[in-house]
Design a protein around this ligand. Structure first.
Ligand code: PMP
Length: 423
């Protein structure tokens, strides 16, 4: 029912693209997991404000005050969207990658980090300067919790520790048992950060209900494509850490010392990690998207997406050459992200054909989650394969995969055309 989606209508639905077979067709954007289209509402809000923007926290004039208010209101709106605790801090960043690197830079000394090998590289790699334990891919949600419990039981119980986990996989779309993992982390005195890049656009995320210490996500996957992201959660580690970037805005007082050097007092609020002139349009756009999603209601969004997921899964199940990639099996709850391989096909050629012959935009490759995709494809997660488009001879195992993803505003016709094209 398209009318359910009206409050969540997206831009770019009517882009016409040429086909190699002749003629043209409206573009079917089925790569939401990479970047989702902007909501019309976000675009309208930004267009209404854009002519009037001014510097944030840096000007005495009216437009500067307006922009400062919008920026700080955006912070409150996003904190409410995430159901943050009263004393949490919310830092506007550039993206999920930026948010997780910021947290990695704010880890206390001697912090141990626990992360599954199945993570996106943005949540797998920022911790390399810490004492990291990489956990093997679990094959059920219960195994994920048991694996983490075991790893934490062996840790030094006195030092600080952090678990980093993704809410929904950018490869399989499967939803991870975040609440249970958070309980396990806390039972062992560790903290947990949730990479909600793929979860937040599709599913409600409550910091308090999930009991996670931090959450990170990107605006451009949440229908707000203006170069902004969020890190929200416990204030203490952020307050005690050196600023992520040194500069204006992060510093409260800077003085020359008698020995010729410079002393700095840094802010203890989120501004500590927001040096430089902030991306007020990006923050405003995220807040606008959060409001639109909340007003439309996640029940509506989830029900509509379930219908699209069922259509895709049922369609692909009819094609014997297709193998859908899954860590947790058919019954796992999932968001509208699904990867697969087709026997005898190079995944990159397949994705290129979907584009050139059907006007469908999907993604091929290892999706910045190399160890996970190699595990799912049955190749050695430790060594084999490069990112890119290795050739698979007919009948050979693919070394990369095809990903289809969708969400708010995706019409039935787009997923139906995709299923027909695969057939
Ligand atoms: N985590 C996950 C699960 C993702 O899917 C992505 C984006 N593909 C990221 C983190 C990184 O997001 P960004 O590129 O916006 O920093």
């Amino acid at each position: 029912d398209q009318s359910v989606c009206a409050p969540l209508s997206v831009l770019g639905r009517d882009v016409t693209v040429p086909l190699v077979t002749g003629g043209e067709v409206t573009y079917a954007a089925l790569d939401y997991a990479a970047s989702a289209p902007a909501l019309q509402r976000v675009w309208d809000d930004v267009a209404a404000y854009a002519p009037y923007y001014g510097s944030v926290h840096r000007g005495a004039g009216y437009l500067s005050q307006l922009s400062t208010d919008l920026f700080e209101n955006a912070r409150r709106t996003v904190a409410a969207f995430l159901d943050c605790r009263e004393d949490d801090q919310l830092v506007f960043t550039r993206s999920t990658t930026d948010s997780l690197n910021l947290l990695a830079a704010a880890l206390p000394a001697d912090c141990q980090v626990f992360v599954f090998e199945t993570e996106h590289h943005a949540s797998l790699l920022p911790w390399r300067d810490a004492r990291v334990t990489y956990l093997d891919a679990p094959r059920t949600p219960a195994a994920a919790v048991a694996t983490l419990e075991r790893a934490l039981a062996d840790r030094d119980p006195h030092g600080p520790a952090l678990v980093c986990v993704t809410g929904a996989s950018n490869v399989t779309g499967e939803i991870w048992p975040v609440r249970e993992l958070a309980a396990a982390a806390h039972a062992h005195g560790a903290r947990i950060v949730l990479d909600a890049a793929q979860l937040a656009p599709h599913h409600p995320v409550s910091v308090q209900d999930l009991d996670v210490d931090w959450v990170a996500f990107s605006g451009h996957k949440l229908y707000a494509p203006f170069g902004s992201g969020v890190l929200a959660g416990r204030a203490d580690w952020l307050r005690e850490a050196d600023p992520y970037l040194a500069g204006g805005g992060a510093s409260r007082k800077v003085t020359r010392r008698t020995d010729g050097g410079v002393d700095v007092e840094w802010h203890e609020t989120a501004a500590r990690h927001e040096a430089g002139s902030p991306n007020v349009i990006g923050a405003y756009a995220i807040a606008s998207a959060c409001k639109a999603l909340s007003e439309a209601g996640f029940d509506t969004l989830v029900a509509r997406e379930r219908h699209l997921i069922d259509t895709v899964r049922a369609g692909l199940a009819e094609v014997p050459e297709v193998r859908v990639l899954s860590l947790f099996g058919d019954d796992a709850p999932r968001v509208g992200v699904l990867s697969f391989v087709v026997d005898g096909w190079n995944s990159s050629h397949f994705a290129a054909a979907l584009s050139a012959e059907y006007g469908i935009g999907v993604r091929d490759g290892l999706f910045c989650a190399h160890p996970l995709v190699r595990t799912l494809l049955g190749s050695d997660p430790h060594t084999q394969g490069e990112c890119g488009a290795p050739e698979a001879a007919p009948g050979e195992k693919s070394l990369n995969a095809i990903r289809v993803s969708f969400g708010a505003g995706t019409p039935d016709e787009h997923v139906e055309r995709f299923v027909d094209a695969v057939r």
